[in-house]
Ligand binder design. Structure first.
Ligand code: PMP
Length: 421
């Protein structure tokens, strides 16, 4: 069969477009990181942004990026190991290490590459990788590469340290990497870091926490490790700059020898260009801002708590914990697509997240520091209308037009297909 046949047979998105329910790649006209954004010429309440501290429009952050472009130009012009390294990178690494309490840090071009680069570089032949079953795709893909190099890969139950302990107790005695999200990107819940540390210490396993959605927010900006009181006891931490740090890029934090090893052997680091001057300087300015505000509870957390309670009181199936992410669950794809569309028609933008991106059918709602009380109340009002009047009507209409596999069905969440290691 022709290699591209699968692309021609891929009609799922065409069908959603034909139904007026296609939810992805919305072309915003202007910044999408504030409390409000402009889509199709209309102002919408933005409940999808991961710019949790709303620093993407902060004058200091923008000024730092502009200054960096003026001094260094727009490009890193090559991999850091050769010619793409700048003092901007090294200053950011020193401050990241200092703020998060590690000996050293290494900046990557994205958070995805940081996870890929750490897991695939550190685990190989004779090693074992244990992943939380809801771990982010970048940890999973790092494990896939490690698996190609001979590492065994296993899943433990979501946020279930007892399951991890049970698996490790029966595992052959090999070197083990345990990897988890800190705050889970779709579920919005927090890893039980203290319990995972205890299990890893008992079995001599090395713990990696990817705190993409906890840094800048929890634990005085230092994330879930600090919040759990586990500073100094999690050997590897990764983060992205594309959430609270309002930029692009990612980093790993560890002891100095591990960072030196990764600097010279991690393939996504050595075979890809360094982070651009503007992105590096913006992330650094955002880090300074977060440090400066670290004694104040982020407004995003209070906003999310308020919204979570309000949606729960309206009868929505909401999940999550003390994070800015609120998953609003639906029983099927149709419900999510229709709800996303109606909310948008009423001026509220949310993210439609479906399998295989996540386990459940959900609207992913996220709050930032930019959500003022009146914007939030207006959004809650739209959710109320959606529940009472619109959802049943639209679901009925959609049932008629949607192909059977996307129509509302009995049964719950979809089955997320995990790689079979
Ligand atoms: N880890 C987690 C938990 C994420 O949610 C994401 C995406 N936001 C990443 C890593 C990858 O980050 P980036 O966007 O910098 O590639």
């Amino acid at each position: 069969m022709d290699l591209l046949e699968k692309c021609r047979a891929y009609t799922r998105t065409d069908e959603a477009r034909d139904d007026g329910l296609y939810p992805h790649y919305p072309p915003f006209q202007g910044p999408a990181g504030g409390g409000l954004a402009v889509l199709d010429g209309a102002e919408v309440c933005m409940l999808g942004s991961s710019d949790y501290r709303a620093l993407g429009l902060n004058p200091q952050v923008i000024g730092a990026a502009q200054d960096a472009i003026a001094l260094f130009g727009t490009s890193a012009s090559g991999p850091r190991m050769l010619n793409g390294n700048m003092d901007l990178h090294e200053e950011l690494e020193a401050d990241l290490a200092d703020f998060f309490g590690y000996e050293a840090a290494l900046v990557f071009a994205t958070g995805y590459m940081a996870n890929l680069g750490v897991v695939s570089c550190l685990a190989g032949d004779g090693d074992e990788v244990y992943l939380d079953e809801r771990a982010h795709a970048s940890l999973v893909d790092g494990a896939r590469l490690a698996n190609v190099s001979g590492a065994a890969v296993r899943w433990f139950g979501h946020n279930d340290p007892d399951d991890l302990a049970r698996l490790l107790a029966t595992a052959p005695l090999r070197s083990v990497l345990v990897a988890t999200d800190g705050v889970f990107s779709a579920e919005g819940d927090e890893a039980p870091v203290a319990e995972l540390v205890a299990v890893c210490e008992e079995y001599g396993a090395t713990l990696l926490v990817d705190d993409a959605h906890g840094v800048g927010l929890l634990g005085r900006g230092r994330g879930v490790i600090e919040r759990a009181g586990m500073q100094g006891r999690v050997p590897l931490m990764t983060l992205t700059f594309s959430t609270a740090l309002a930029s692009q890029g990612g980093a790993v934090l560890a002891d100095a020898k591990t960072i030196d090893f990764l600097r010279h052997t991690s393939r996504p680091q050595i075979f890809s260009a360094g982070l651009s001057p503007a992105d590096t300087a913006a992330a650094h300015a955002a880090l300074r801002e977060i440090r400066r505000r670290s004694d104040h509870e982020p407004a995003a957390l209070a906003a999310a708590e308020h919204l979570r309670r309000a949606l729960g009181a309206l009868g929505y199936d909401v999940a999550g914990g003390a994070s800015p992410v609120i998953p609003v669950r639906f029983s099927d794809e149709c419900g999510v697509l229709v709800a996303q569309r109606i909310l948008l028609d009423h001026g509220v933008y949310t993210n439609a997240v479906l399998p295989p991106t996540c386990e459940d059918y959900q609207l992913r709602v996220a709050c930032t520091d930019a959500h003022t009380p009146d914007v939030l109340e207006a959004a809650i009002g739209v959710f109320a209308v959606l529940r009472d009047d619109l959802l049943p009507h639209y679901r009925q209409a959609a049932r008629a037009v949607l192909p059977r596999d996307r129509a509302p069905a009995a049964g719950g969440a979809g089955s997320h297909v995990r790689p079979n290691f």
